[in-house]
Design a binder for this molecule. Structure first.
Ligand code: NAI
Length: 732
């Protein structure tokens, strides 16, 4: 911006705006009013009625102001436009009609904006999501900064909602039905260039000149010198497809039919939002935008009060709260600065951990046992980076920068300087203790974190001269994909060490829960009874695929027997033994499993498990039944019976973990099960599920199962307490 413009601006600002708005900064100069959204006291802007009311007031004033030819809408926050509508508002809504009205009110503001006689240009930098995207959609022209943080899209369905501010109507009209459904039904957010490619934004410009260009565009539009070209399909083939499918009534019918079938296959009927969003788009394309908007608001209202949306929003709040949580329960605890990370063992887990760490911009030194293994570790990290470059999530320069952060060695050189060491060598207590001693011999203050999946951290810490700096960082495989990190604190672990590990986990992009030390910690422990009960059903004669199908129908991504094949049946058996040893008869794995392992069936890794591998179709390997009681003639079981027994086993164990202080809160228990084990998100996690059922009803269920099937169903003491009192686990 040249100094002249700046000077004009200051004067104009002083003269034009009488009552200072609270949520906007307004700059007027050179015929353009720039509205900078800046919700006071908030880190990010969200849309709420007060802010919208003020916006309408500003539009009224600017319409009347003859000096203003055009308007630029941008953010006053350094790194975000508008993240969406304020979700807290949805939580308080009791009736569908209330939510519908909220949507209608928002739509009315955006209608006013769309009809505003002077051109309004949206200048997007950072997140422009949900309501923020819809706000931009009602503008005349859209610019996006080329910053990697800029993301534009409609993620509402991920919260069980649909875009209720005109998104289901304006987006398909702007970018075509197919591209719009692609964004809306999956709840996608796009980078600036992708958004430009589909026509969601008109131009991408470097962030430093975003406002300058936006002002120029506003003036050009006002002067009639700038017009959007009709949506252009690239290439002849694309042109024909677009004409056939987007712009033609029958073609659209086909698109909707296919999208509906795909959505149903994906959501398996558990998530109503994408189907309703589809309905709103289709209805609007058939009956015009006014009716479409009414339909959109109505369906939005219905979704907002649905249990699925409630659960998904609660999970959203839980993960948001975890982002602000330092993991110690004491907000005054500060993490130590971490400048260097060490990783011991660069196998499957170690190389994954090294990858997420360099990805966070932290230098990593890996120690392996020989040169070949060290080279393999480097190659493994490189492979994940290559894949991201191939998918254009990363450019070559970024890949090179990340690889530069990574070094590997076979000795202890360079480990004196690491602030945090993550150990991922073989699952062997003596070896892990040896690692503790060796590390402490070269490093006087670093934190030692073990990625063990089953050894109590306190046992590993026995080898330490500073147990306050020993804890567990339990990652999930594959590390670069799985969102959860379970951090395990022993009684001796210092708050500073916990906060430091939590901070590193967050930098690695993980959702972090902190749990107490004990066999299986939290996630593996609750998986134990779940897997055991599935194996028990097998032993009673249920079919492999019947068990898996029942749990998939319940909402798990894969069934327990498939999971066992994937993890390794031998690994499952080993963990089962540890849990059995620690918790006694209620965790006793059925003998049947042992027979399967003894017969050399390890699962996918040796191509022999409960299913066949290698063929085109995944089929149950019937010969496995020869190793199980009942042989090849399996007994029919109701899916509901399977679901109840298996799920209740897991939930009861989760309640035990809460009662014993392994979990700090039901919130952490829900997040851990959903993000670590794939507990169905639409059910909110074990504690939300228990609350929805009612603790009393759950207690009765367990008592009935215990009477019928045995002591392993003994209700957790905390469940007895809550169930008798009829009080839920979550406060609200
Ligand atoms: P892995 O066998 O792929 O990797 C272990 C690596 O440690 C190997 O590359 C080995 O060469 C290296 N190693 C062994 N002794 C060493 C020493 N003295 N110094 C340096 N490096 C040494 O095993 P994976 O699966 O990566 O497991 C590692 C740890 O992570 C285990 O404690 C395991 O229980 C735990 N874990 C594994 C999960 C999984 O899904 N595989 C999930 C969560 C935890």
């Amino acid at each position: 911006m040249d100094p002249g413009t700046e000077a004009t601006m200051r004067t104009a600002e002083a003269t034009t705006i009488a009552a200072a708005p609270r949520h906007f900064r307004v700059e007027i100069g050179g015929g353009v009013a720039t509205l900078l959204v800046d919700d006071p006291g908030e880190r990010v802007n969200t849309i709420h009625p007060e802010l919208m009311l003020e916006f309408v007031g500003l539009l009224d004033a600017l319409e009347a102001d003859a000096a203003v030819k055009g308007v630029v809408l941008a953010s006053g926050k350094p790194d975000g436009f508008v993240a969406g509508a304020k979700i807290e508002l949805m939580q308080d809504v009791g009736e569908a009609a209330e939510a519908e009205k909220l949507a209608r009110d928002g739509q009315a503001v955006f209608d006013r904006l769309e009809r505003f006689p002077k051109p309004v240009v949206a200048a997007l930098h950072g997140a422009a999501l949900g309501g923020g995207c819809e706000w931009a959609l009602a503008c005349r022209w859209r610019l996006a900064s080329d910053d990697p943080r800029t993301r534009i899209g409609l993620p509402e369905v991920q919260l069980g909602l649909l875009p209720g501010g005109g998104g289901t109507q304006r987006l398909p009209r702007l970018v075509g039905v197919r591209a719009a459904l692609d964004v809306i039904l999956a709840g996608k957010s796009l980078k600036a260039r992708k958004a430009a490619r589909i026509g969601l934004v008109d131009e991408v410009v470097p962030a430093p000149i975003l406002l300058e260009v936006a002002r120029a565009r506003a003036l050009a539009l006002a002067a009639g010198k700038l017009r959007r070209e009709p949506r252009r399909a690239r290439g002849a083939a694309e042109r024909v497809t677009a004409a056939a499918l987007d712009d033609n009534f029958l073609g659209r019918e086909l698109v909707f039919r296919q999208a509906r079938a795909m959505t149903l296959a994906k959501t398996k009927g558990h998530y109503p939002a994408p189907l309703k969003a589809l309905d709103a788009v289709e209805y609007g394309m058939k009956h015009g935008i006014a009716k479409g908007l009414a339909r959109e608001a109505k369906l939005f209202g219905e979704l907002a009060v649905s249990p699925v949306a409630r659960r998904l929003m609660e999970l959203f709040f839980a993960t948001t709260a975890l982002k602000r949580d330092n993991g110690t329960g004491d907000p005054s605890v500060k993490p130590r600065p971490v400048e260097r990370v060490g990783v011991l063992g660069g196998g499957l887990m170690g190389s994954g951990i090294a990858y997420v760490t360099v990805n966070a911009g932290l230098p990593v030194r890996v120690r392996e046992k020989d040169d070949a293994a060290a080279a393999h570790a480097l190659r493994s990290v490189r492979k994940v980076l290559d894949e991201r470059v191939r998918r254009r999530a990363l450019d070559r320069l970024e890949r090179a920068e990340r690889m530069r952060l990574l070094t590997a060695t076979t000795d202890w050189s360079g480990f004196a300087e690491v602030d945090l060491l993550v150990e991922a060598v073989f699952e062997d207590l003596a070896l892990k203790q040896e690692m503790v001693r060796a590390f402490e011999a070269v490093n006087e203050r670093g934190i030692f974190a073990s990625n063990t999946s089953s050894i109590p951290i306190a046992r590993i810490a026995e080898a330490s001269t500073r147990p306050e700096a020993v804890l567990g960082m339990h990652y999930f495989s594959p590390v670069h994909k799985m969102p959860l990190l379970e951090i395990i604190a022993t009684k001796a672990t210092s708050k500073e060490a916990i906060a430091t590990a939590v901070a590193v986990g967050k930098r690695q992009g993980k959702t972090v829960i902190v749990v107490g030390d004990g066999p299986g910690f939290y996630t593996s422990r609750i998986l134990g009874p779940y897997m055991n009960e599935a194996a028990q059903l097998l032993a009673e004669g249920a079919a492999v695929d019947a068990i898996d199908a029942a749990l998939v129908a319940f909402g798990f991504p894969v069934g327990p027997i498939t999971l066992l094949d994937e993890v390794g049946i031998d690994v499952g058996e080993k963990v089962g033994k540890i849990l059995h040893g620690a918790f006694g008869p209620r965790m006793a794995p059925p003998a049947a499993l042992h027979e399967v392992v003894a017969a050399g069936r390890l699962g996918r890794k040796n191509g022999k498990g409960f299913y066949t591998y290698g063929g085109k179709e995944k089929r149950v390997d019937a010969t496995v039944y020869d190793l199980l009681p009942g042989g090849r003639s399996r007994r029919p079981f109701e899916a509901s019976e399977i679901q109840e027994r298996v799920v209740v086993s897991m939930v009861n164990e989760a309640v035990r973990c809460l009662g014993e202080g392994i979990l700090r809160s039901p919130r952490d228990g829900d997040v851990g099960a959903v993000f670590g084990l794939g507990f169905p998100p639409f059910l909110g996690g074990p504690f939300r599920w228990a609350d929805a059922l009612g603790t009393r009803a759950l207690l009765e269920k367990l008592e009935a199962l215990r009477a019928r099937l045995g002591e392993r169903f003994e209700p957790a003491p905390l469940l007895v307490e809550r169930g008798r009192a009829g009080t839920p686990f979550h406060a609200a």
